[in-house]
Design a binder for this molecule. Sequence first.
Ligand SMILES: Cc1ncc(COP(=O)(O)O)c(C=O)c1O
Length: 438
Amino acid sequence: MYLQQNLDYTLFDWSKQGDLTPIEVERAEGCYFWDSSGKRYLDWNSQIMNVNIGHGNRHVIDAIHAQAEALPYVSSFMATRVRGELGEKLAEITPGDLRKTFFTLGGAEAVENAMKIARMVTGRDKIVTRYRAYHGATAGAASAGGDPRRLPLEPGVPWIVRAHDPYRYRCLFCRELDGCNLICEDHIEQTIEMEGPQNVAAVLLEGWSGSSGLIQSPRNAEYFQRLRRYCDRHGILLIIDEVMSGFGRTGKWFAIEHADVVPDIMVMAKGLTSGYLPLGAVTVRRDIADHFDDHTLWAGLTYGGHPMCLAAASACVDVYRNDNLIERAAQMGQRLRDELTALAQRHAIVGELRGEGMFYVLELVRERATREPLSPWNGPLSAPMRRAKQYLDSAGLYTYIRWNMIFSAPPLILSEAQLQQGIAHLDQALTLAGNEKR
Ligand SMILES: Cc1ncc(COP(=O)(O)O)c(C=O)c1O
Protein backbone atom coordinates (compact mmCIF):
# COMPACT_ATOMS: atom_id res chain seq x y z
CA MET A 1 0.00 0.00 0.00
CA TYR A 2 1.65 3.22 1.13
CA LEU A 3 4.75 1.70 2.70
CA GLN A 4 6.81 2.07 -0.46
CA GLN A 5 5.69 5.68 -0.93
CA ASN A 6 6.75 6.39 2.68
CA LEU A 7 10.15 4.85 2.03
CA ASP A 8 10.58 6.58 -1.33
CA TYR A 9 9.67 10.07 -0.19
CA THR A 10 10.25 10.37 3.57
CA LEU A 11 13.08 9.88 6.05
CA PHE A 12 12.57 7.96 9.29
CA ASP A 13 14.11 8.64 12.71
CA TRP A 14 17.40 7.24 14.03
CA SER A 15 17.79 4.55 11.35
CA LYS A 16 19.66 3.43 8.29
CA GLN A 17 16.83 3.94 5.83
CA GLY A 18 17.66 0.90 3.71
CA ASP A 19 16.83 -1.57 6.51
CA LEU A 20 13.39 -0.29 7.36
CA THR A 21 9.98 -1.93 7.23
CA PRO A 22 7.78 0.35 9.34
CA ILE A 23 4.31 -0.91 10.21
CA GLU A 24 1.59 0.60 7.99
CA VAL A 25 -0.76 1.85 10.70
CA GLU A 26 -4.39 2.35 9.74
CA ARG A 27 -6.16 3.10 12.98
CA ALA A 28 -5.86 2.96 16.76
CA GLU A 29 -8.28 2.62 19.66
CA GLY A 30 -7.66 2.27 23.39
CA CYS A 31 -4.55 0.11 23.90
CA TYR A 32 -4.53 -1.29 20.37
CA PHE A 33 -3.59 -0.23 16.86
CA TRP A 34 -4.20 -2.04 13.57
CA ASP A 35 -2.06 -2.30 10.45
CA SER A 36 -3.25 -2.18 6.85
CA SER A 37 -3.75 -5.95 6.74
CA GLY A 38 -6.05 -5.79 9.75
CA LYS A 39 -3.49 -7.23 12.17
CA ARG A 40 -3.98 -5.94 15.70
CA TYR A 41 -1.09 -4.84 17.93
CA LEU A 42 -1.21 -4.35 21.68
CA ASP A 43 0.54 -1.01 22.22
CA TRP A 44 2.80 -2.02 25.13
CA ASN A 45 4.90 1.13 24.74
CA SER A 46 2.15 3.77 24.35
CA GLN A 47 3.91 4.54 21.02
CA ILE A 48 6.95 6.53 22.24
CA MET A 49 5.89 6.37 25.90
CA ASN A 50 3.48 9.22 25.21
CA VAL A 51 -0.06 7.96 24.52
CA ASN A 52 -0.71 7.65 28.25
CA ILE A 53 -4.51 7.99 28.05
CA GLY A 54 -4.73 5.50 25.17
CA HIS A 55 -5.76 6.01 21.57
CA GLY A 56 -8.94 7.54 20.21
CA ASN A 57 -10.14 9.33 23.36
CA ARG A 58 -13.36 11.11 22.41
CA HIS A 59 -13.04 13.95 24.90
CA VAL A 60 -9.66 15.01 23.52
CA ILE A 61 -10.66 14.59 19.87
CA ASP A 62 -13.81 16.65 20.42
CA ALA A 63 -11.81 19.38 22.17
CA ILE A 64 -9.43 19.56 19.20
CA HIS A 65 -12.40 19.77 16.80
CA ALA A 66 -14.02 22.50 18.84
CA GLN A 67 -10.82 24.53 19.00
CA ALA A 68 -10.30 24.11 15.25
CA GLU A 69 -13.78 25.53 14.67
CA ALA A 70 -13.38 28.39 17.15
CA LEU A 71 -9.78 29.52 16.63
CA PRO A 72 -7.25 27.14 15.12
CA TYR A 73 -4.30 29.52 15.35
CA VAL A 74 -3.20 32.94 16.51
CA SER A 75 0.27 34.29 17.15
CA SER A 76 2.08 33.29 20.32
CA PHE A 77 1.95 36.98 21.35
CA MET A 78 -1.85 36.78 21.79
CA ALA A 79 -3.85 35.80 24.85
CA THR A 80 -6.32 32.98 24.31
CA ARG A 81 -8.95 31.37 26.49
CA VAL A 82 -7.33 27.96 26.26
CA ARG A 83 -3.86 29.29 27.08
CA GLY A 84 -5.00 30.71 30.40
CA GLU A 85 -7.04 27.62 31.15
CA LEU A 86 -4.20 25.17 30.54
CA GLY A 87 -1.64 27.39 32.29
CA GLU A 88 -3.81 27.35 35.41
CA LYS A 89 -4.34 23.60 35.24
CA LEU A 90 -0.58 23.01 35.01
CA ALA A 91 0.00 25.25 38.03
CA GLU A 92 -2.55 23.09 39.90
CA ILE A 93 -1.11 19.70 39.02
CA THR A 94 2.62 20.47 39.23
CA PRO A 95 4.19 20.32 42.71
CA GLY A 96 4.91 23.22 45.08
CA ASP A 97 4.93 26.74 43.73
CA LEU A 98 5.61 25.83 40.12
CA ARG A 99 3.46 28.46 38.58
CA LYS A 100 3.94 29.90 35.07
CA THR A 101 4.37 27.96 31.85
CA PHE A 102 6.14 28.66 28.57
CA PHE A 103 4.82 26.51 25.72
CA THR A 104 6.86 24.80 23.01
CA LEU A 105 6.14 22.18 20.36
CA GLY A 106 7.77 19.19 22.04
CA GLY A 107 10.22 17.88 24.59
CA ALA A 108 13.51 18.93 23.03
CA GLU A 109 12.39 22.52 22.55
CA ALA A 110 11.12 22.57 26.10
CA VAL A 111 14.51 21.38 27.38
CA GLU A 112 16.26 24.02 25.25
CA ASN A 113 14.10 26.74 26.72
CA ALA A 114 14.42 25.44 30.28
CA MET A 115 18.21 25.65 29.94
CA LYS A 116 17.95 29.13 28.41
CA ILE A 117 15.74 30.29 31.27
CA ALA A 118 18.15 28.88 33.88
CA ARG A 119 21.10 30.58 32.19
CA MET A 120 19.22 33.90 31.88
CA VAL A 121 18.02 33.88 35.49
CA THR A 122 21.34 32.93 37.08
CA GLY A 123 23.67 34.68 34.64
CA ARG A 124 25.77 31.48 34.71
CA ASP A 125 26.73 29.23 31.83
CA LYS A 126 27.04 25.57 32.70
CA ILE A 127 24.33 22.93 32.90
CA VAL A 128 25.20 19.69 34.70
CA THR A 129 23.47 16.56 33.38
CA ARG A 130 23.99 12.79 33.43
CA TYR A 131 25.44 10.37 30.89
CA ARG A 132 22.63 7.86 30.88
CA ALA A 133 19.94 10.33 29.99
CA TYR A 134 18.10 11.58 26.93
CA HIS A 135 16.71 15.10 26.69
CA GLY A 136 15.89 15.46 22.98
CA ALA A 137 17.46 15.70 19.54
CA THR A 138 18.10 19.42 18.99
CA ALA A 139 21.68 20.62 19.43
CA GLY A 140 21.54 21.78 23.06
CA ALA A 141 19.16 19.06 24.22
CA ALA A 142 21.20 16.35 22.48
CA SER A 143 24.33 17.64 24.21
CA ALA A 144 22.48 17.70 27.52
CA GLY A 145 21.62 14.04 27.24
CA GLY A 146 24.62 11.78 27.47
CA ASP A 147 22.69 9.22 25.41
CA PRO A 148 24.92 7.89 22.60
CA ARG A 149 22.55 9.31 19.99
CA ARG A 150 24.53 12.52 20.58
CA LEU A 151 27.88 11.03 19.58
CA PRO A 152 27.61 11.38 15.78
CA LEU A 153 26.56 15.01 16.25
CA GLU A 154 29.47 16.17 18.38
CA PRO A 155 30.96 18.54 19.28
CA GLY A 156 27.80 19.72 20.94
CA VAL A 157 27.24 22.89 22.93
CA PRO A 158 30.25 23.70 25.13
CA TRP A 159 28.45 24.48 28.37
CA ILE A 160 27.18 20.99 29.22
CA VAL A 161 28.98 18.98 31.91
CA ARG A 162 27.98 15.36 32.51
CA ALA A 163 28.19 13.18 35.58
CA HIS A 164 27.59 9.46 36.14
CA ASP A 165 24.31 7.87 37.07
CA PRO A 166 22.93 5.97 40.06
CA TYR A 167 23.08 2.71 38.08
CA ARG A 168 22.89 0.28 40.99
CA TYR A 169 23.03 -2.84 38.80
CA ARG A 170 26.30 -1.75 37.20
CA CYS A 171 27.34 0.92 39.67
CA LEU A 172 30.81 2.44 39.55
CA PHE A 173 30.51 3.41 43.18
CA CYS A 174 28.80 0.61 45.10
CA ARG A 175 28.34 -2.48 42.94
CA GLU A 176 30.39 -4.66 45.31
CA LEU A 177 28.55 -3.40 48.39
CA ASP A 178 25.28 -4.59 49.88
CA GLY A 179 23.49 -1.33 49.37
CA CYS A 180 23.67 2.03 47.66
CA ASN A 181 26.02 4.43 49.47
CA LEU A 182 24.80 7.50 47.53
CA ILE A 183 28.33 8.22 46.32
CA CYS A 184 26.55 8.71 42.99
CA GLU A 185 25.08 11.88 44.46
CA ASP A 186 28.37 12.98 46.04
CA HIS A 187 29.89 12.48 42.60
CA ILE A 188 27.55 15.10 41.11
CA GLU A 189 28.47 17.51 43.91
CA GLN A 190 32.17 16.83 43.32
CA THR A 191 31.74 17.38 39.60
CA ILE A 192 30.14 20.74 40.32
CA GLU A 193 32.91 21.63 42.78
CA MET A 194 35.45 20.99 40.01
CA GLU A 195 33.47 23.07 37.54
CA GLY A 196 33.00 25.94 40.00
CA PRO A 197 29.51 26.12 41.50
CA GLN A 198 29.49 29.84 40.70
CA ASN A 199 29.57 28.87 36.99
CA VAL A 200 26.75 26.34 37.16
CA ALA A 201 23.28 27.56 36.21
CA ALA A 202 21.41 24.32 36.73
CA VAL A 203 21.42 20.60 37.24
CA LEU A 204 19.12 18.92 34.71
CA LEU A 205 17.87 15.40 35.48
CA GLU A 206 15.01 13.20 34.33
CA GLY A 207 12.35 12.83 37.02
CA TRP A 208 12.61 9.12 36.34
CA SER A 209 15.25 7.89 33.93
CA GLY A 210 13.62 6.82 30.66
CA SER A 211 15.09 5.43 27.46
CA SER A 212 18.50 4.89 29.08
CA GLY A 213 16.92 2.08 31.07
CA LEU A 214 14.95 3.47 34.03
CA ILE A 215 18.14 3.90 36.02
CA GLN A 216 17.21 5.27 39.41
CA SER A 217 18.89 5.23 42.78
CA PRO A 218 17.40 2.70 45.20
CA ARG A 219 17.59 5.62 47.66
CA ASN A 220 15.70 7.81 45.22
CA ALA A 221 14.22 10.30 47.68
CA GLU A 222 17.50 10.88 49.51
CA TYR A 223 19.36 11.23 46.22
CA PHE A 224 17.12 14.02 44.99
CA GLN A 225 16.73 15.65 48.41
CA ARG A 226 20.49 15.86 48.92
CA LEU A 227 20.91 17.30 45.46
CA ARG A 228 18.12 19.80 46.09
CA ARG A 229 19.85 20.99 49.27
CA TYR A 230 23.21 21.23 47.49
CA CYS A 231 21.70 23.26 44.64
CA ASP A 232 20.03 25.59 47.14
CA ARG A 233 23.32 26.17 48.97
CA HIS A 234 24.99 27.24 45.74
CA GLY A 235 22.22 29.14 43.97
CA ILE A 236 22.01 26.41 41.32
CA LEU A 237 18.61 25.71 39.78
CA LEU A 238 17.18 22.20 39.61
CA ILE A 239 15.53 21.40 36.28
CA ILE A 240 13.52 18.19 36.21
CA ASP A 241 12.67 16.69 32.84
CA GLU A 242 9.30 14.91 33.13
CA VAL A 243 8.84 14.51 29.39
CA MET A 244 8.70 10.73 29.61
CA SER A 245 8.11 10.18 33.32
CA GLY A 246 5.29 12.69 33.80
CA PHE A 247 1.52 12.41 33.59
CA GLY A 248 0.99 9.25 35.58
CA ARG A 249 3.68 7.12 33.96
CA THR A 250 5.23 6.23 37.33
CA GLY A 251 1.96 6.21 39.27
CA LYS A 252 2.13 9.87 40.29
CA TRP A 253 1.45 12.99 38.26
CA PHE A 254 5.21 13.55 38.11
CA ALA A 255 8.01 11.17 39.03
CA ILE A 256 9.85 13.75 41.12
CA GLU A 257 6.94 13.55 43.58
CA HIS A 258 8.30 10.14 44.65
CA ALA A 259 11.23 12.10 46.09
CA ASP A 260 9.07 14.87 47.55
CA VAL A 261 11.25 17.49 45.89
CA VAL A 262 10.07 20.64 44.12
CA PRO A 263 12.22 21.56 41.13
CA ASP A 264 12.78 25.16 40.04
CA ILE A 265 11.85 24.33 36.48
CA MET A 266 9.85 21.38 35.19
CA VAL A 267 9.89 20.24 31.58
CA MET A 268 6.93 18.35 30.11
CA ALA A 269 5.75 16.99 26.75
CA LYS A 270 4.59 13.51 25.62
CA GLY A 271 1.81 12.66 28.13
CA LEU A 272 0.87 16.34 28.29
CA THR A 273 -1.24 15.79 25.17
CA SER A 274 -0.82 12.00 25.04
CA GLY A 275 0.40 12.56 21.51
CA TYR A 276 -2.93 13.82 20.13
CA LEU A 277 -1.09 16.98 19.05
CA PRO A 278 2.49 18.12 19.64
CA LEU A 279 3.19 20.23 22.72
CA GLY A 280 5.95 20.85 25.21
CA ALA A 281 5.88 22.94 28.37
CA VAL A 282 8.37 24.59 30.71
CA THR A 283 6.83 25.42 34.06
CA VAL A 284 8.81 27.65 36.42
CA ARG A 285 8.51 28.52 40.09
CA ARG A 286 7.02 31.81 41.07
CA ASP A 287 10.38 33.50 41.84
CA ILE A 288 11.73 32.59 38.40
CA ALA A 289 8.56 33.85 36.77
CA ASP A 290 8.91 37.07 38.78
CA HIS A 291 12.44 37.56 37.43
CA PHE A 292 10.95 38.08 33.99
CA ASP A 293 8.63 40.84 35.20
CA ASP A 294 11.48 43.24 34.55
CA HIS A 295 13.86 41.16 32.43
CA THR A 296 13.12 40.20 28.84
CA LEU A 297 12.37 36.53 28.25
CA TRP A 298 14.59 35.87 25.24
CA ALA A 299 12.55 32.98 23.93
CA GLY A 300 9.78 32.54 21.40
CA LEU A 301 8.30 30.23 18.78
CA THR A 302 5.81 30.87 15.98
CA TYR A 303 3.81 27.88 17.19
CA GLY A 304 4.33 28.37 20.92
CA GLY A 305 0.92 28.25 22.58
CA HIS A 306 -0.79 26.87 19.47
CA PRO A 307 -4.47 26.90 20.49
CA MET A 308 -5.30 23.46 19.10
CA CYS A 309 -2.35 21.84 20.89
CA LEU A 310 -3.28 23.62 24.11
CA ALA A 311 -6.88 22.44 23.73
CA ALA A 312 -5.62 18.87 23.35
CA ALA A 313 -3.52 19.21 26.52
CA SER A 314 -6.29 20.85 28.52
CA ALA A 315 -8.71 18.06 27.58
CA CYS A 316 -6.04 15.49 28.32
CA VAL A 317 -5.56 16.84 31.85
CA ASP A 318 -9.34 16.53 32.28
CA VAL A 319 -9.13 12.89 31.24
CA TYR A 320 -6.36 12.12 33.75
CA ARG A 321 -8.44 13.80 36.45
CA ASN A 322 -11.94 12.64 35.58
CA ASP A 323 -10.96 9.04 34.88
CA ASN A 324 -8.64 8.89 37.93
CA LEU A 325 -5.83 7.71 35.67
CA ILE A 326 -3.03 8.63 38.04
CA GLU A 327 -4.48 6.48 40.84
CA ARG A 328 -5.23 3.79 38.30
CA ALA A 329 -1.63 3.85 37.09
CA ALA A 330 -0.43 3.27 40.65
CA GLN A 331 -2.86 0.36 41.17
CA MET A 332 -2.49 -1.28 37.76
CA GLY A 333 1.23 -0.59 38.00
CA GLN A 334 1.39 -2.80 41.07
CA ARG A 335 -0.25 -5.62 39.09
CA LEU A 336 2.18 -5.04 36.23
CA ARG A 337 5.12 -5.06 38.61
CA ASP A 338 3.93 -8.32 40.22
CA GLU A 339 3.59 -10.03 36.86
CA LEU A 340 6.95 -8.76 35.61
CA THR A 341 8.57 -9.81 38.89
CA ALA A 342 7.25 -13.32 38.35
CA LEU A 343 8.69 -13.31 34.81
CA ALA A 344 12.02 -12.06 36.12
CA GLN A 345 12.13 -14.92 38.63
CA ARG A 346 11.21 -17.54 36.03
CA HIS A 347 13.69 -16.49 33.34
CA ALA A 348 17.40 -16.70 34.11
CA ILE A 349 18.23 -14.19 31.37
CA VAL A 350 16.53 -11.41 33.34
CA GLY A 351 19.29 -9.66 35.26
CA GLU A 352 17.17 -6.92 36.74
CA LEU A 353 13.63 -5.59 36.66
CA ARG A 354 13.47 -1.83 37.24
CA GLY A 355 10.69 0.71 37.26
CA GLU A 356 7.64 2.11 38.95
CA GLY A 357 3.95 2.53 38.15
CA MET A 358 3.30 1.73 34.50
CA PHE A 359 6.96 2.06 33.54
CA TYR A 360 9.37 -0.90 33.61
CA VAL A 361 12.41 -2.37 31.95
CA LEU A 362 13.75 -5.89 31.96
CA GLU A 363 17.54 -5.82 31.62
CA LEU A 364 18.69 -9.09 30.08
CA VAL A 365 22.02 -10.81 30.71
CA ARG A 366 23.91 -13.89 29.51
CA GLU A 367 24.65 -15.00 33.08
CA ARG A 368 23.23 -13.55 36.26
CA ALA A 369 26.57 -14.07 38.00
CA THR A 370 28.63 -12.05 35.51
CA ARG A 371 25.86 -9.64 34.50
CA GLU A 372 27.22 -9.72 30.96
CA PRO A 373 24.64 -7.90 28.84
CA LEU A 374 22.66 -10.12 26.45
CA SER A 375 23.33 -7.50 23.79
CA PRO A 376 26.06 -4.85 23.88
CA TRP A 377 25.42 -1.28 24.95
CA ASN A 378 25.03 0.96 21.88
CA GLY A 379 25.55 -1.99 19.53
CA PRO A 380 23.26 -3.91 17.17
CA LEU A 381 20.80 -6.39 18.70
CA SER A 382 22.35 -9.80 19.45
CA ALA A 383 20.71 -12.95 18.06
CA PRO A 384 18.72 -13.65 21.28
CA MET A 385 17.42 -10.07 21.40
CA ARG A 386 16.51 -10.25 17.71
CA ARG A 387 14.65 -13.50 18.39
CA ALA A 388 12.64 -11.85 21.18
CA LYS A 389 11.83 -8.87 18.97
CA GLN A 390 10.88 -11.03 16.02
CA TYR A 391 8.49 -13.03 18.18
CA LEU A 392 6.86 -9.95 19.72
CA ASP A 393 6.42 -8.36 16.29
CA SER A 394 4.78 -11.46 14.90
CA ALA A 395 2.62 -11.97 18.01
CA GLY A 396 1.41 -8.35 17.79
CA LEU A 397 2.98 -6.96 20.96
CA TYR A 398 4.46 -3.58 20.11
CA THR A 399 7.17 -2.45 22.50
CA TYR A 400 10.55 -0.76 22.71
CA ILE A 401 13.63 -2.97 22.67
CA ARG A 402 16.99 -1.32 23.08
CA TRP A 403 20.35 -3.08 23.44
CA ASN A 404 19.68 -5.65 26.19
CA MET A 405 16.49 -4.09 27.49
CA ILE A 406 12.79 -4.73 26.91
CA PHE A 407 10.54 -1.88 28.01
CA SER A 408 6.99 -2.06 29.34
CA ALA A 409 5.13 1.26 29.24
CA PRO A 410 1.53 0.54 28.22
CA PRO A 411 -1.28 3.12 28.32
CA LEU A 412 -2.54 3.85 31.83
CA ILE A 413 -5.95 2.50 30.81
CA LEU A 414 -4.60 -1.04 30.33
CA SER A 415 -7.15 -3.66 31.38
CA GLU A 416 -6.42 -6.83 33.35
CA ALA A 417 -7.06 -8.95 30.23
CA GLN A 418 -4.65 -6.84 28.19
CA LEU A 419 -2.07 -7.07 30.96
CA GLN A 420 -2.33 -10.87 30.90
CA GLN A 421 -2.03 -10.86 27.13
CA GLY A 422 1.11 -8.69 27.20
CA ILE A 423 2.75 -10.73 29.95
CA ALA A 424 2.06 -14.01 28.11
CA HIS A 425 3.80 -12.64 25.02
CA LEU A 426 6.76 -11.38 27.03
CA ASP A 427 7.00 -14.77 28.74
CA GLN A 428 7.26 -16.50 25.38
CA ALA A 429 9.75 -13.92 24.04
CA LEU A 430 12.01 -14.46 27.06
CA THR A 431 11.82 -18.23 26.62
CA LEU A 432 12.84 -17.92 22.97
CA ALA A 433 15.65 -15.46 23.75
CA GLY A 434 16.89 -17.77 26.52
CA ASN A 435 16.91 -20.77 24.15
CA GLU A 436 18.69 -18.79 21.45
CA LYS A 437 21.40 -17.77 23.93
CA ARG A 438 22.45 -21.38 24.57
C1 LIG B 1 13.20 12.52 29.06
C2 LIG B 1 13.03 13.08 27.69
N1 LIG B 1 13.25 14.40 27.48
C3 LIG B 1 13.09 14.96 26.28
C4 LIG B 1 12.70 14.22 25.19
C5 LIG B 1 12.55 14.86 23.85
O1 LIG B 1 11.21 14.99 23.52
P1 LIG B 1 10.78 15.20 21.99
O2 LIG B 1 11.07 13.94 21.26
O3 LIG B 1 9.31 15.54 22.10
O4 LIG B 1 11.57 16.35 21.47
C6 LIG B 1 12.46 12.84 25.35
C7 LIG B 1 12.04 12.02 24.21
O5 LIG B 1 12.00 10.82 24.24
C8 LIG B 1 12.63 12.26 26.63
O6 LIG B 1 12.43 10.96 26.85
